[in-house]
Design a protein around this ligand. Sequence first.
Ligand code: ANZ
Ligand code: ZN
Length: 830
Amino acid sequence: MRYDPQKIEEKWRKKWLAAKTYEPDFKYARKPFYNLMMFPYPSAEGLHVGNMYAFTGSDIYGRFKRMQGYDVFEPIGLDGFGIHSENYALKIGKHPAEQAKISEKSFYRQLQAIGNGFAWRERLETYDPAYYKWTQWIFAAMFKHGLAYRKKQAVNWCPSCKTVLADEQVIGGRCERCSSIVMKKDLEQWFFRITEYADRLLKNLEKLDWSERVKIAQKEWIGKSEGAEIEFRIKNPSANRGQLARQESRIKVFTTRPDTLFGATYLVVAPEHPLITTHESQITNHEEVKKYITDTKNKSEEQRIAAGYKKTGVELKGVKAVNPANNEEIPIFVADYVSAGYGTGAIMAVSAHDERDFEFAQKYKLPIRIVVCPHYPEKTCPVLDTAYEGEGHLVASGKFDGMSSQDARRAITDFVSGKRIVQYHLRDWLVSRQRYWGSPIPMIFCDACATQKKGECAEMPGWYAAPEKTLPIKLPFIKNFRPTGTDQSPLASIEKFYKVRCPRCKSWARRETDVSDTFLDSAWYFLRYPSVKNRKTAWDSAATKKWLPVNMYIGGAEHSVLHLLYSRFLAMAFYDWGLVDFEEPFTRFRAHGLLIKDGAKMSKSKGNVVNPDDYIRAYGADAIRMYLAFMAPFEQGGDFRDAGIRGITRFLERVWKMTNEKLKMKNEKRNNIKIENDALMRLLHKTIKKVGGDIEALRYNTAISALMVLLNEFEASPGAVSAEDVKIFLKLLAPFAPHISEELWQAVGGRSSQSIHRGPWPRYNPELIQEDTFDLVVQVNGRTRATISMPRGVTEQAAAARAHASVRRHLSTEPKKTFFIPDRLINFVI
Ligand code: ANZ
Ligand code: ZN
């Protein structure tokens, strides 16, 4: 019989499904292991081979754990709500609700075909009302706990997706979804207060077993910064004394380098800074300032990048600030290199020690004063051609001269009564979207209550969370679902949807018509999987206790500051509310690598996207799985080449042949073979150890190489290989090529009731994997002075030479005599 993957693969997938091979026993599982892979957006034409790479990579690990005796839970679902899917539907001219049904079918068919050990009974789709009911419930809970609020501010707006975006969804100035250049718009939106958790999100990173690059990305995104707030007086020099007293006001700056205060030769405020309006009457060039502000608002991030980040600004003429360290009057500028959303929206500029300020000062011919000198006490601070941002000793700083810059941070802050504070770069999560295909935000606004300052939350009169019994608020099917571009969702014109009674006063009120961000759907899905059947709560507490946190999570590094941060934030909030008993949802996370094709990133425009269907049809899922695993270290990714697959197919054909030849031997004979060939036995046990260790470390490629070496040796001495040895080989192969290994396992006489995939994973004999060495005891006059590792069977001469060197300091003279016991001991007599 020939190896025919098409024939056996389909058959086994059906059998596994019928036998519930991959369904853990939810109640009685004793060693629960939650093995999770990020669920896909079913937005494009179908699963592409990059998805398959990630999914089968995660599955290899899950299968290994299952064979090790864990009750592995490996669920799957679809992240089908949201802009991704809606944009795709728009592109192909279908309604997203209809397209969802089509994508669901084709994705699930493809996900079946790759041969993963999914727990199919627990699947979920984020657009299913039975799921988003709880997404809405979470939104309402966030509101009740003061973690969801509305605020007007300049927000990111994607002109193509016609919706606002969170900061995390703007990558290099462009929309994460469609790559359009993102603009700024002043809008009132819903936010989640993730900043309240900034410190904990940062601190917990230390104890997480996650891919280092993801931890670094989160750390940088959270961006903890220690510094000081320092107040500057503002003066209007043209005013007379009486006016001066009245008009004197203050401005606060945030700085991480208060030690450089004596070198602050001007201030800069962001274009949105309130000072510009509060001091409008004193700013003599107000028209010019206004024009600058409108110009910068229309400049996108992209244009700024194109302009080489050239810093521009305008002085606010007619006002001055007073440096509190030396009472010097300094000018104030407005410039867009200072952003309103960080710190206080105003900075003290120290051009000698901050590169941005340096560049600005050069352009506008402002003084550059060195106050930190690295060569102190030589005091020969050179002329700078770039800012010196390092540490040193203070100069030109009055009584602080000579102090180290580190010490001066505190001393100068205290001297001017500044406040030491910690700042985070992290911003609150903007969660409302002016789109159709998402979970309606479960909030109601009542005008009548608002005017009476009534509401569920003191700061937001008129707002109520939709009562739990009214959830889910179903997304109505509407024909015209296209984004409007009017800052409102298409739902805003559907009266039947938005007209609702106020939960408190029963007068007519209005539902929120924005939907929530897709990333809210996916920020909690891992909690739902073990509880998908539960209709009463979002997650069942017993099931959650048993299965969570996720033991192993695999996914793309591109989600580092999106999904992976949002999920941590929600889990922490749930922990605080007593809803889960862990703060961190993913104990271990590994980012997989990316696939390229013939040296280039796969993309539709290049026409090099690989659809796994064709390959599975041609070579079988086992060959593709193994090829993907063999191609490169899993966390690194690699280059997809057709030629490589044929190499793997030949390997599988040889496994097939080797096993079948064993089957042709008489039963009795093949069971009685003992590996007499010592070297082969050792190799077998070393391979068991290596494959297990490599899978644990996600080094699938080297595990497969080891199997290839073992197969060569099995083929070289067929007479020395027993049926039991072949079975061990098949077990080691099983996580990578689940179908062929099951087929051969059953043929070679594994108990037919038990799938190879239920284990157990083979054990190795530690004695057999020991390197062929022993510890030689080295004595001088009968006293042990050293032990050294030597190859077994070493000659006296060779042993003496190394032993002599190792105890030289105990040998006052050359030994008179040497005693040698082979493979044990050597004694020098002096
Ligand atoms: C004076 C100074 C002197 C500064 C010096 C640096 C070096 P991080 O680390 O990112 O927190 N800054 C403060 N608020 C800003 C804003 N809204 N927009 C742009 N820049 C702002 O950086 C903090 C530093 O960035 C602050 O310290 C401030 O410049 C600037 F030798 O103050 B520094
Ligand atoms: Zn009301």
